[in-house]
Design a protein around this ligand. Structure first.
Ligand SMILES: [Zn+2]
Length: 164
């Protein structure tokens, strides 16, 4: 998947998680979600994240351990010990969003890598019209959630008061 789709899907799941967890610092929460949503491609030297960490992509196979459930759990636990429960949920949400999207592609992911080569995969090709469409749907969902949160009626009343 393209990094933009990962970014948007991370934001979408982050917004949903914020609705459940009500973190004290929603922006900080979202920042961590986004970082975690882009992080797993650190194992791929041509990705936005991985091009800064070329050595890692030599040691680890792309969509190997970094795209496994073990990495998801390990990095979430790490965040838990370093920063507490709420930010651990932020890492979990972002990281999970990445794995879910990659599992829709033909290349798929191996949730048990490197212990087992069992794969979850789909038919959605990276950088295809289907991914583009998926990204549009994700953006629309983000838009709807944000609009609901802002409460558009209040904005119009406020604007009216300013103008009149
Ligand atoms: Zn990936």
């Amino acid at each position: 998947m393209m990094w933009k789709t990962h970014l948007n899907f991370g934001i979408l799941l982050g917004l949903i998680a914020i609705g459940f967890l009500h973190p004290a610092h929603p922006l900080k929460f979202m920042f961590i979600v986004v970082i975690a949503a882009l992080f797993p491609d650190i194992d791929y030297k041509n990705s936005k994240t991985g091009k800064n960490f070329k050595l890692l992509s030599i040691v680890f196979n792309h969509r190997g351990w970094f795209h496994s459930s073990f990495a998801l759990i390990l990095f979430s636990l790490l965040a838990y010990y370093l920063k507490g429960e709420v930010l651990a949920w932020a890492v979990f949400t972002g990281y999970l969003s990445h794995l879910v999207l990659d599992s829709l592609t033909p290349q798929g992911i191996m949730p048990l890598a490197p212990l087992h080569i069992w794969k979850i995969k789909g038919r959605l090709k990276t950088n295809s019209p289907a991914e583009f469409l998926l990204n549009i749907v994700i953006i629309l969902c983000i838009f709807i959630i944000v609009m609901k949160k802002i409460n558009i009626y209040n904005i119009f009343t406020a604007l009216k008061e300013v103008m009149l």
